[in-house]
Design a protein around this ligand. Structure first.
Ligand SMILES: *Cc1c(COP(=O)(O)O)cnc(C)c1O
Length: 403
């Protein structure tokens, strides 16, 4: 961390004004940030941080990437917003491009966020004529009422019940539980290929294949929520490609716009025609500025080989932390990295790592999540590992005898 001359308004003052003027849905923000560049951000007191959170797996190209800046400012200076009563070249070519990456015939609905992409998918499933849905424990699908109905975390759900729909939760990663839950009344099974908010939890080999088989056997849709795992995060355009399955519906958001708000619901084959005129809509969704940003993200991932790089840097982060005596396991793929801790101290570890100039996330009481920008260098990965290890050292005394 470097300290420059103090700004006129300090972080403490901003946080006081924050709590007086913003609804208390997030608790106290960790810092007031003023600037970002590449993999670094700066707070209002002039401290610099290496950012291994990237706006929660959003800033795929880091902060202030010139390609995104150029695409957005040129588009905004040309045509910024038109509504969906009109279309633009940027929107059409982005839909074509995403379907090309998916490698399937289909159609796209654009939204502004992850939860909205999932709402579109949820409405699409209703058009099958069936209403039951099967989701997994540990899932996170968003905070609007429909997406919340598919999110398993009790603390998020309980204050808002009754939630819409008939949702059956099955243990994540258990193919037999899926087989037992899916029958002719199920419209769709919705799964994350790797559970992001849970801390990069993997379902085990064969799970997505089993999900594809059981849904196909009962005429249910397989809907994969790739809002966190998609667009390069796991070292591939889509995390499910590794399992060799073709889903009916894929939802995207976080990394797609490089920081601009955009979501997408991709539907394959017959599912692509379930939503018909009047069934759904959005004023902002797929606007040309967000679409131009997404094109810049896809262009840069391709031009700079960021899929391969995510795989290499992700393995380097895991390898750098896996042998620490306080670490129980590492998980995930590419730059979706989970780190299990021997005790439920992840929130404290997050805070102490932040105080030493690195942003990471406590995804669960005993699990850290690292979702850095895909442009993270190996040197930056090593620097982050050194800081996290130094903090974990202070916890590891009790574990050393077992190691
Ligand atoms: C973040 C996330 C969402 C919700 O996205 P928002 O943009 O916050 O609405 C949904 N599903 C998954 C898997 C996510 O990681």
């Amino acid at each position: 961390m470097s300290t420059t001359s103090p700004e006129t308004t300090t972080q403490q003052e901003w946080l006081g004004r924050y709590s007086a003027s913003l609804m208390n849905t997030f608790g106290t923000p960790q810092r007031v940030l003023v600037r970002g560049e590449g993999a670094y951000v700066w707070d209002a007191d002039g401290n610099r941080y290496l950012d291994l959170l990237a706006g929660i797996a959003v800033n795929a190209l880091g902060h202030a990437h010139p390609a995104v800046l150029k695409a957005v400012s040129e588009q905004l200076g040309t045509l910024g917003h038109v509504s969906n009563l009109f279309t633009t070249e940027q929107q059409v070519t982005l839909a074509e491009r995403l379907l090309g990456l998916l490698g399937a015939e289909g159609k796209v609905f654009f939204a502004n966020s992850g939860t909205e992409a999932n709402e579109a998918a949820l409405k699409l499933t209703r058009r099958t004529g069936r209403t039951r849905l099967v989701a997994a424990t540990g899932s996170f699908h968003g905070r609007t009422m429909g997406a919340l109905a598919l999110t398993s975390k009790e603390a998020y759900r309980a204050p808002f019940e009754p939630l819409p729909g008939e949702v059956t939760f099955v243990p994540y990663g258990d193919p037999d539980a899926l087989r037992a839950a899916v029958d002719e009344t199920v419209a769709a099974v919705v799964l994350e290929p790797i559970q992001g908010e849970a801390g990069a939890v993997e379902p085990g080999p064969g799970y997505l294949v089993a999900a594809r088989e059981v849904t196909a056997a009962h005429g249910a849709l397989l809907w994969l929520d790739e809002i966190q795992t998609g667009i390069g995060r796991t070292g591939a355009w889509f995390a499910h490609t590794a399992a060799g399955v073709v889903p009916d519906v894929v939802t995207l958001a976080k990394g797609l716009g490089g920081g601009l708000p955009i979501g997408a619901c991709l539907a394959v084959g017959a599912a692509a025609d379930l939503l018909q005129p009047g069934n759904h809509g959005t004023t902002f969704g797929g606007n040309p500025v967000a679409a131009a940003a997404a094109h810049a993200v896809l262009d840069t991932i391709e031009a700079e080989g960021l899929l391969e790089r995510a795989t290499v840097t992700g393995e380097r982060l895991r390898a750098g932390l896996a042998d620490h005596p306080f670490v129980t396991d590492t998980s995930g793929a590419g730059l979706l990295v989970g780190v299990g801790l021997a005790e439920a101290v992840a929130p404290q570890v997050q805070q102490e790592v932040l105080a030493r100039g690195v942003v990471i996330n406590a995804a669960a009481p005993d699990r850290l999540r690292l979702v850095p920008p895909l442009i993270l260098t190996e040197d930056q990965a090593d620097a982050a590992v050194a800081v996290v290890r130094a903090v974990l050292d202070t916890y590891a005394t009790g574990q050393e005898t077992d190691a």
